[in-house]
Write a new protein. Structure first.
Length: 81
C-alpha cells in the first residue's frame, strides 16, 4: 500500500450525507481558518463501520486514493471491500 495516508494527502474529510463536496468545503471555509480547511472532500451515502460500530479505517482510506469515486466503491459493514 505504500506510505501512510497522512504522508500521501493534505487534510481530507469524509462526510456522510447528500451535499456536494464543494458545498461542504465552502461552508468549512466560511467557518475555519484557511489552513484548517481540507483539500479533499468525499461525500458518501454511508460511512463504512466495523461490526463493533467503529469507522472502518481501511475502507475509508480507499475513498482517498487517486481516482476513487465514492459512488463506485462498495461500503460493507464489518469487512473489506
Amino acid at each position: 500500500m505504500g506510505a501512510p495516508l497522512a504522508e500521501r494527502h493534505d487534510l481530507a474529510i469524509l462526510v456522510e450525507g447528500e451535499l456536494a463536496p464543494h458545498i461542504v468545503l465552502r461552508e468549512l471555509a466560511r467557518r475555519l481558518e484557511t489552513v484548517k480547511v481540507p483539500a479533499i472532500c468525499r461525500v458518501l451515502p454511508v460511512l463504512p463501520l466495523t461490526l463493533n460500530g467503529k469507522n472502518e479505517r481501511k475502507q475509508l482510506g480507499r475513498f482517498l486514493e487517486p481516482g476513487a469515486d465514492a459512488a463506485c466503491l462498495p461500503v460493507m459493514p464489518g469487512g473489506d471491500a
